[in-house]
Ligand binder design. Sequence first.
Ligand code: BTN
Length: 248
Amino acid sequence: MPIIGREILRYEQVSSTNDLVRQWGHDGAPEGLVVMAEEQTAGRGRMGRQWIAPKGSSLQFSILLHPPLAPLEAYRLTSVTAIAIAATLRDELRLSPTLKWPNDVLLNEKKCAGILIETVVEGNMLALAILGIGLNVNYAMRDYPDLTPFATTLADELGHPIDRAALEGALLSHLDDYYQRLCAGEDFYAEWRAQLSTLGRRVRVATPDGIEDGIAEDVARDGALLLRCDDRLVRFYAGDVTIVKRAD
Ligand code: BTN
């Protein structure tokens, strides 16, 4: 029996689907509830950024979950989500996605999907996880010149529009499969690590505490990025990674 998507609420316009799911969660809605929106007026990304997509162009939704994870293990939900999105793009559209630490899905090195997990902690467990996903589908990133160097859409990559409904169905089904396996105790560290195109590259990691340059040497089992800065190995649990080109 699927958990994710057993109930789907659809809205034309919301502030942020994460906010609605949080409210539904507090009101006792069942696990797996999905809130989909054609448009968000206050869609948000990681590190306080805005998340925008033209109305009706993309997939923007949030899922109510009760993962059997401790707060420090929340990264496992993020990584399994990235793996599930990548698997959907491979299986349904024959694309070749990679992952960027901590939780972006890339096509040809440009971001096509982002994940925002917000949690409610009770004791030493996650009482609630709000899993927000934004996937850029049917619009042209050239209309957003500031983003063009870093982001892309599925239509841009394929050169034609995508059947959003079919993609939504496939994505929810992959997410459900991976989520249920996560809940059953399966470990996705190796699968996640193998898909991270960040590893081995010279990168810049920006956090609220500052900027560090180095080689993205590996990821640890606890989800940390291990950045080699000369003789130091620095661990990051959050941050923004950009690839440093030779001339920088
Ligand atoms: C990121 O890459 O910074 C995360 C982006 C997450 C965007 C999605 S869209 C649906 C859900 N509602 C939000 O306000 N944000 C997430």
